[in-house]
Design a protein around this ligand. Structure first.
Ligand code: LLP
Length: 429
């Protein structure tokens, strides 16, 4: 068990959360390595170990750090990066360049140059303009690179509007209008500077229904067929993105198999019928790999009861270390980690310390009676927490600790005030 209760204290992967808070200070992001490995194993079992010619590329945007890159490297995963910064982190972690793929709707020339220089495995191109930029760079550097096209499959997935990415009206991917997609495909096939491997889509995030993936796949397979008919070209890779939902409060998480099995069946059947070899299939999970493997520890500060209305429990972090409730109305569960033996019967609103009314992490949640100095743990914060943290109100970004079987180590040092002003100066003009 990753989470256990011993006496009155919550333990996470064998470590007392109270001791972690004391040792490293709060706020503190804590990741369980065993929980991450559990995700890796579940994915491996139902995907790369089960089907030949399949790969998993962890979407680093969910949590990007040297330590995470090292774990992914050791587990044999590939990595999906979306910026020069993520790419740089992976390379600095010693992650093999050929196992990196690069996504993004507006990759900068210098990011593409870096990617081509490093010799990464794939660039997932978002439009014809990007293809031309890649061709220029490859020509200059005398290199050739593997590419896929990200398409906009025109699927409206059922999730928060900000994280649905496959709709027709989207900044991501290439629209499927015949006069747009086929010239782009033809240009990639004929380019001497790229190896055109195939098609990528990503329909959205935090999904619990496989129908969006299956609908997008249907469209993609038609495109593969048309590409064969029009250009006599065999597509050798399909990337179906990520988006697999996790449990924050009472969502029913689906096993990876629920998503990948029907996808693999559909792909296999389609290529069997066409008499073509099945292309490689890639998935790109981000959130599901790390969300439940992470918690955030805070210290309780000011407590205010507004009679007949609400009780506010303030913590020493907030929207700067977890923007998701403010940005997406995301809901979380939390516990008083040093009062696990007490009934959670006090309804309180957990708010952060930022000068912002919307800085609320948990609205009207049930907790054991909180007092100043208690350790409050917010659960399932491993994805898009640290990676979206900010210095708003000049709050330092908390440190990150990795725990495993009762051992702990800091994998990202917390920012100091000095760190925050290190690059600042005033020049009188
Ligand atoms: N592949 C591509 C091309 C993506 O755009 C994304 C996520 C993923 C993979 C990974 O999706 P996941 O498995 O994590 O759902 N900040 C938001 C999530 C934004 C996701 C953007 N793209 C949040 O905190 O909910």
């Amino acid at each position: 068990m990753i989470t256990e209760i011993k006496g009155n204290v919550m333990y996470f992967d064998g470590c007392s959360t109270v001791e972690l808070a004391e040792k490293y200070g709060t706020p503190l992001y804590v990741y369980s390595e065993n929980a991450i490995l559990k995700e890796c194993n579940e994915i491996k079992e139902c995907f790369p170990d089960k089907y030949e010619n399949t790969r998993v590329a962890y979407a680093t945007k969910a949590f990007c750090s040297i330590a995470m890159c090292k774990i992914m490297e050791r587990e044999g995963f590939c990595m999906d990066v979306v910026s020069g910064g993520e790419l740089f982190t992976a390379i600095k972690a010693g992650f093999p360049a050929e196992r990196i793929e690069f996504n993004g709707n507006n990759k900068l020339r210098e990011e593409l140059e870096l990617a081509i220089e490093y010799g990464i495995g794939r660039i997932i191109i978002d439009g014809l303009q990007e293809l031309h930029m890649i061709e220029e760079i490859c020509k200059q550097k005398n290199k050739k690179i593997n590419v896929l096209y990200r398409i906009t499959p025109g699927v409206d997935s059922h999730t928060h509007n900000y994280i649905t990415t496959g709709k027709k009206d989207s900044k991501f991917g290439i629209p499927l209008d015949a006069d747009v997609i086929y010239p782009a495909v033809e240009a990639a096939i004929n380019s001497p500077f790229v190896n055109f491997k195939g098609i990528h889509f990503h329909v959205g995030s935090q999904l619990f229904d496989n129908c969006s993936h299956l609908l997008a796949l249907e469209t993609t397979l038609q495109l593969v067929k048309k590409t064969k008919e029009k250009f006599d070209y065999d597509i050798t890779e399909l990337n179906i993105g990520g988006g697999f939902g996790v449990t924050y409060t009472d969502e029913q998480r689906k096993p990876y198999e629920y998503f990948v099995k029907p996808v693999m069946e559909k792909i296999t059947e389609f290529f069997n019928q066409l008499g073509m070899e099945r292309p490689a299939v890639v998935i790109e999970p981000g959130r599901s790999m790390v969300a439940e493997a992470g918690i955030t520890l805070y210290k309780v500060g000011s407590i205010k009861e507004i009679k007949g209305i609400r009780k506010y429990v303030s913590i020493d972090g907030g929207m700067t270390d977890n923007i998701r409730p403010a940005l997406y109305q995301a809901e979380y569960k939390g516990v008083i980690a040093n009062k696990m033996d007490m009934p959670a019967d006090d309804v309180v609103t957990v708010c952060g310390k930022c000068c912002e009314t919307g800085d609320v992490l948990i609205k009207d949640g049930k907790f054991a009676r909180a007092e100043q100095g208690d350790i409050l743990a917010v659960l399932t914060t491993g994805a898009y927490g640290y990676s979206m943290a900010s210095n708003y109100n000049k709050n330092p970004i908390p440190g990150v600790v990795l725990v495993k079987d009762g051992k702990s180590a800091e994998i990202i040092k917390k920012q100091s005030y000095e760190d925050m002003i290190e690059r600042e100066c005033y020049v009188e003009l």
